[in-house]
Design a protein around this ligand. Structure first.
Ligand SMILES: *[C@@H]1O[C@H](CO)[C@@H](O)[C@H](O)[C@H]1NC(C)=O
Ligand SMILES: *[C@@H]1O[C@H](CO)[C@@H](O)[C@H](O)[C@H]1NC(C)=O
Ligand SMILES: *[C@@H]1O[C@H](CO)[C@@H](O)[C@H](O)[C@H]1NC(C)=O
Length: 888
């Protein structure tokens, strides 16, 4: 048996606190093995050297820990972790976290109790008849209190939280409840219930998965289920006699952990043996297997499609600030029963169905659709109804609305969905029946929708600003241990573990597939086909074993951080799914190597078409598609995910095209890798400078509007079909030649109108837009759209970031679904300065742009091209690297 920690009389807490941190550090204890005896105290601070672990099972497979999940500093829990993978398998005080890392939990003869700093007991074990003689953690992960005869008085296996492990049973009638998030382990909204017939997943009472209907399950015999269990060969529902009722067979493994994630996914993590982190290749069991069947796969009212999240057709076209009916009416929320205003229904559009209908019995069968509507109207808690014409089934959605799913078009037309709304409060809209009612019907919803979106964006914006400030104040004990992000509900949560630089295991839920370097070599055929060299290193073409083509990006040098940080970022990037964002398929981290595997975009980036003389010409229609697609992608990064991400490097090279008119933004989330915490180093590539907002060079904070500025520059290049600034100075490469066909006015070197943004401003002032379009299009443009794009672009360039529209508004304006802003000429005067400056002989004429706080230098980026490195030595503290990759 291992060493037992020294017995400690209950020490007056006040004295302990007075003695302070230094003494506590000195007193920091060794981790006991298997058993500890009363009286004993543990706090996060006392066991800070082991990150709160105070008791290990004999083999070391499990640890009892004062746990601060995800590195936050506000909530500590008594928890059992699977040590090699750092997976939390049990939590004692999920509803009452310890709020102070010095507050101890006490093991006495009465059991375990946890007090908050003012002495109130926040959690304790129940009273026992016998006195407690030991706390034992065994190799199966069971934490138990024993009496003098080693009989169990209490055990964690009887009180599962969100997980069960091999050899633990989840009896019928009991359930697992998800945590709210990775950092807040209090009870969330998802449950895994074991019933006498099945195991089911529910969200606020609504069923969304059942084991017996899962493709991987096999029913062995009838009978009443007594408990659920998982072991080395599979997951089982078993009868009281141990006979199998339903099973899911899985490849052999030493230990399995079934965990209900905070996103509602049930996952099984498998380990070769209990005390190892190596995972057998078993493909991983995930329920539901289709991400769209998760209740909040795309958030409330979002529409989940195989291609990503969007809104039902009737709703505002952008999913970015949440979906809302485009006619300006309000979707009713819980508990609202119409009030004084009458309710009406909005058709969700063809093929839009509710994720849970297939598991719910119809509220009414055999009736017609109007009786279904009547039923919903008479029911205060009904928020929406769905009607299946072929089966005459009526489904009511009550209490809470989740995401919608798309049913395929063949049987989509007989499925109808309606959502209860209250029309907008304006009394005129309801009682006017005159001829101008049509005008009002068009105007009011547009204005309301517009105001709504602006307000929502503003609220979101300010709230993340606040969040960000708060986050910034919070000090972490060690940057290395911070895993501070919360996951969005649609995250996938594969438990992939990676060995850390210190040999520790890292488990970060949501990591995409991890490849070894050998696998990467195989995928890329030993890096044979180089398809590009971006700011982070070379990009190679590759092919996955399943035949799909990928682009493998080798990240080199710049500011590379530890594996944990890398993996944390990867988990964030890997979980962002949007039709207009390039999908991360996997990654590799071995030694100093860092590689990212992206989906392959066969037509490359748009700079090829725009800037190369012999490149394929992009027709106007396609340019509009690019503008709108890229705007939507960026808007999603800014507002669509929990982790708000500022791209920081929006430019044509990062907008990719693929057949089937796909437009996707690349390289998002990578700004973080360029910015080591301490040095405040920010790099930017030659050529990228043309897209940098003025605030990069001044002291103004970087925000999502910084991307908006860069996007405005890209829009102008889309219009003109050449770089905004002719690159015939400083030997910037062969791209200069194609631009000699001139802009409005002169095409001669150094003329001020070589700076196209200035030409665009002047075109706007003169009201002449069509002539700004790419001459190569020879007039094949839609004049109104050119005007629209130029105006939107100029609004994006407003010097004052607050005057720039958000990306969501930009997307709306480009689509024509939102009222077009008028550019403010006063806020664009700096373009004249830039226009003069950039035409000078110096490298970019940056002297005009106040470069004083910066030093310019050059480094090789390993691919032979020169990278201009801009060091902001006097970098203000608000430009932390977390801000660079996006405030959250
Ligand atoms: C894992 O456990 C087995 C037996 O339980 C033991 O023999 C082995 O040494 C352990 N390995 C480690 C790395 O602790
Ligand atoms: C209880 O278990 C421990 C270790 O497992 C053993 O050393 C001790 O003798 C046991 N006590 C009794 C009363 O069986
Ligand atoms: C797992 O449990 C099932 C059902 O009780 C049993 O048939 C199977 O043999 C067990 N597998 C292992 C490896 O213990």
């Amino acid at each position: 048996m291992g060493s037992v920690s020294p017995m400690r009389r209950p020490f007056p807490l006040g004295v302990l606190l007075l003695l302070g941190v230094v003494l506590l550090r000195v007193r920091a204890d060794k981790v006991a093995t298997e058993l500890i005896t009363p009286d004993f105290a543990a706090s996060y601070l006392l066991f800070i050297d082991t990150y709160g672990a105070f008791l290990a099972s004999r083999s070391g497979a499990f640890q009892a820990v004062v746990y601060n999940p995800a590195g936050q500093q506000d909530r500590y829990y008594l928890a059992v972790l699977h040590a090699p993978s750092k997976t939390c398998v049990w939590v004692a005080n999920r509803a009452a976290p310890i709020t102070d890392r010095a507050a101890p939990l006490q093991l006495t003869a009465n059991g375990i109790s946890i007090e908050d700093p003012n002495g109130t007991v926040v959690w304790s074990t129940p009273p026992f008849a016998a006195s407690v003689s030991a706390l034992r953690l065994d190799d199966s992960g069971n934490l138990a209190l024993l009496d003098g005869r080693n009989a169990t008085l209490w055990q964690s296996f009887d009180r599962p939280t969100d997980s069960i492990v091999s050899s633990q049973r989840l009896p019928v009638g009991r359930f697992l409840a998800s945590a709210v998030s990775d950092s807040d382990l209090s009870e969330g909204d998802y449950r895994l219930n074991v019933t006498a017939a099945d195991a089911v997943l529910t969200w606020l009472g609504t069923l969304y998965w059942r084991l017996s209907s899962d493709a991987s399950s096999v029913k062995d015999r009838d009978g009443a289920v007594a408990y659920m269990a998982v072991n080395g060969t599979g997951m089982y529902l078993l009868a009281a006699d141990g006979g199998i009722i339903i099973q899911v067979s899985l490849p052999a493994a030493g230990l399995r952990i079934v965990k209900l994630g905070s996103d509602g996914k049930l996952q099984i993590a498998s380990f070769a043996s209990a005390n190892s982190s190596s995972t057998p290749m078993d493909g991983g069991f995930v329920a539901p297997s289709n991400v769209c069947e998760l209740p909040l796969s795309c958030g409330a009212l979002g529409l989940c499609t195989p291609k990503g999240c969007s809104c039902p057709p009737i709703f505002a076209a952008s999913h970015d600030s949440g979906c809302a009916p485009s006619d300006g009416s309000t979707v009713l929320s819980v508990g609202s029963c119409g009030g004084t205003a009458p309710v009406s229904y909005v058709n969700l559009g063809n093929g839009v169905w509710y994720y849970a209908n297939k598991f719910s019995p119809p509220a009414l069968a055999g009736g017609n659709m109007s009786s279904c509507q009547v039923l919903c109207t008479s029911n205060c808690s009904c928020l929406s109804y769905f009607y299946d014409i072929s089966s005459l089934s009526c489904y009511l959605i009550q209490h809470q609305l989740g995401s919608f799913i798309k049913v395929n078009s063949t049987n989509g037309s007989d499925k109808l969905g309606y959502i209860k709304v209250q029309s907008s409060q304006t009394p005129r809209s309801s009682n006017s029946s005159s001829s101008n009612s049509t005008l009002i019907a068009i105007l009011i919803p547009t204005i309301v929708a517009f105001v709504l979106i602006v307000v929502v964006s503003a609220v979101i914006f300010t709230s993340w600003r606040k969040e960000n400030k708060r986050g910034g104040r919070r000090q972490s004990r060690s940057g290395n241990l911070q895993v501070r992000r919360q996951r969005s509900p649609s995250d996938s949560a594969h438990l992939v573990s990676v060995i850390d630089d210190n040999g520790d295991d890292i488990v970060i839920p949501g990591l995409p597939t991890r490849f070894t370097h050998d696998e990467i070599e195989e995928i890329t055929n030993s890096f044979r086909v180089k398809i590009g060299a971006g700011g982070f290193g070379a990009v190679y073409k590759g092919e996955l074993p399943d035949g799909s083509e990928v682009a493998v990006k080798r990240i080199e040098g710049v500011g590379m951080q530890g594996k944990r940080e890398f993996c944390t970022e990867i988990a964030v990037i890997g979980n962002i799914h949007h039709v207009n964002l390039v999908r991360l398929r996997g990654f590799c981290t071995e030694g100093q190597r860092r590689l990212l595997v992206y989906e392959y975009m066969d037509r490359g980036s748009i700079d090829r078409s725009l800037f190369r003389p012999n490149g394929p010409l992009l027709e106007w229609k396609e340019r509009m598609d690019v503008a709108i697609g890229a705007a939507r992608g960026l808007a999603y990064l800014h507002f669509g995910c929990d982790q708000r991400i500022i791209h920081c490097d929006v430019k044509p090279e990062n907008i990719l095209l693929a057949d089937g008119r796909q437009v996707k933004i690349a390289d998002f989330g990578l700004a973080k890798f360029l910015t080591p915490e301490q040095s405040g180093l920010f790099t930017t590539m030659r050529g990228t400078r043309g897209y940098l907002a003025p605030e990069w060079l001044s002291n103004a904070p970087i925000s999502d509007r910084t991307d908006v500025y860069s996007f405005g520059m890209v829009l102008l290049e889309l219009v003109r079909g050449r770089k905004n600034r002719n690159e015939h100075v400083g030997g910037a490469g062969g791209e200069a030649s194609n631009s000699s066909n001139g802009t409005t006015g002169s095409s001669s070197r150094g003329a001020k109108n070589d700076y196209f943004p200035l030409a665009a401003l002047e075109g706007h002032e003169a009201g002449r837009y069509a002539e700004l379009a790419d001459p190569r299009l020879e007039g094949r443009v839609v004049a109104k759209e050119v005007e629209r794009v130029v105006k939107v672009a100029l609004c994006c360039l407003h010097e004052d970031p607050h005057l720039r529209p958000s990306m969501a508004v930009v997307a709306g304006m480009l689509e024509g679904t939102m009222e077009l802003w008028e550019p403010r000429v006063q806020s664009l005067g700096f373009l004249r300065l830039y226009g003069r400056g950039f035409s000078g002989p110096a490298d970019g004429g940056c002297s005009d742009v106040k470069l004083t706080p910066m030093m310019m230098g050059s480094i090789g980026d390993g691919s032979g091209t020169t990278t201009t490195l801009t060091t902001m030595s006097g970098l203000p503290s608000y430009m932390s690297s977390s801000q660079l990759s996006g405030p959250r």
